[in-house]
Design a protein around this ligand. Structure first.
Ligand SMILES: [Zn+2]
Length: 342
């Protein structure tokens, strides 16, 4: 197969999305079935089998990396890459192209479509297939057709400018910049992007801690999932954290983003107060949004030793960043005993 017969890779397109479009064009899905059984068919560009298949299509290793690499290691696992923006897919189809899956929908810290300023939708993983862009698009169309009188389908959803979205989007943008740049601005200071990400990772791990049986409890951003069953069979805190970061639930991730914004003080507390009632379902002891309260009551540690190591890590940050996080660190020093899970 010569490369000029391949479909052009779209901006921000996932590898499996592109392969699905290719296989549709030639009417074969054998390659797709095989690659989908690998651990990460979208981003494992060091995998020999994936590279061999791409090579057989005339796509070399460098081109594959340039086109399909992720911009972060903060990836939801393959099975959880179910979040998507319907208006983006609508635009693809409106322009006469096949809908395609964006890489940015696969990132833990990106539950909002930057272009349309909308929360991503989440498809049921059990109803998703290898041609998931078409699958979710058709499903959305069917649901709209059935719910709108006279079969009229609104082609473009209302562009939402809700305050909760704007607040979370500010934090999402801050983290996107931290992934891209060595240094970023934070409240008048220049701080290391890597340090910001290291702190943020700790926050995500605690805020998105999964819903386990007591005494482990939920991460504070999981209150949105209070109606869901608690997860069984988790044997270690480490496994639980990994599970927490693997959940594509959009509102939990949005809540976590807004709480991270509170810790870094990316917006005035009055802005937080505007959104906490309609959007955020937070435990009472952190619903002030104050960084001290979040430090004292919002984190989860496996042991006292881990708690001490975390404070040591935060105290060792460069003084500009440490200064920005001062109230949160003070709260962490006065931590509530329930936060120690072990
Ligand atoms: Zn979009």
């Amino acid at each position: 197969m010569k490369i000029f017969s391949l479909p052009a890779v779209k901006y921000d397109e996932c590898l499996m999305s592109w392969l699905a479009r290719y296989c549709s064009a030639i009417g074969q899905s054998g390659v797709l079935q095989h690659i989908s059984s690998l651990a990460d068919p979208d981003f494992d560009l060091a995998n020999v089998e994936i590279l061999d298949i791409l090579s057989s299509l005339g796509v070399g290793e460098k081109v594959a990396r340039d086109c399909f690499s992720a911009r972060t290691t903060w990836l939801l696992p393959w099975a959880e890459r179910t979040a998507y923006c319907y208006p983006c897919l609508q635009e693809d189809v409106s322009s006469g192209e096949s809908p395609y899956w964006r890489k940015s929908w696969c990132y833990l810290h990106s539950p909002i479509c930057v272009k349309h300023r909308l929360f991503l939708s989440v498809a049921d993983p059990l109803r998703i297939n290898l041609h998931k862009s078409w699958g979710v698009f058709i499903q959305e169309c069917n649901e709209k057709y059935n719910s709108i009188p006279n079969g009229k389908i609104s082609r473009v959803r209302r562009i939402s400018l809700d305050r909760d979205i704007m607040l979370a989007l500010r934090v999402q943008d801050f983290l996107t910049r931290a992934h891209k740049a060595d240094y970023i601005r934070l409240r008048g200071c220049v701080v290391s992007g890597a340090d910001v990400l290291a702190v943020t990772r700790l926050l995500f791990e605690s805020f998105l801690f999964p819903r386990l049986r007591p005494p482990c409890g939920d991460g504070i951003a999981r209150e949105q999932q209070a109606g869901f069953q608690r997860i069984a069979g988790v044997t270690s805190i480490e496994q639980a954290r990994k599970l927490g970061l693997s959940d594509s639930h959009v509102y939990s991730r949005v809540t976590a983003l807004i709480l991270i914004g509170c810790v870094f003080k990316l917006f005035p507390l009055t802005r937080f107060n505007d959104v906490r009632r309609p959007l955020l379902q937070l435990p009472a002891f952190v619903d002030s949004g104050e960084a001290y309260a979040i430090g004292r009551h919002g984190m989860r540690f496996s042991s006292s030793k881990e708690h001490k190591l975390t404070i040591k890590f935060l105290n060792g940050l460069p003084k500009e960043l440490k200064g920005c996080l001062g109230e949160f660190i003070n709260g962490l020093k006065d931590i509530h005993p329930d936060a120690i899970l072990g």
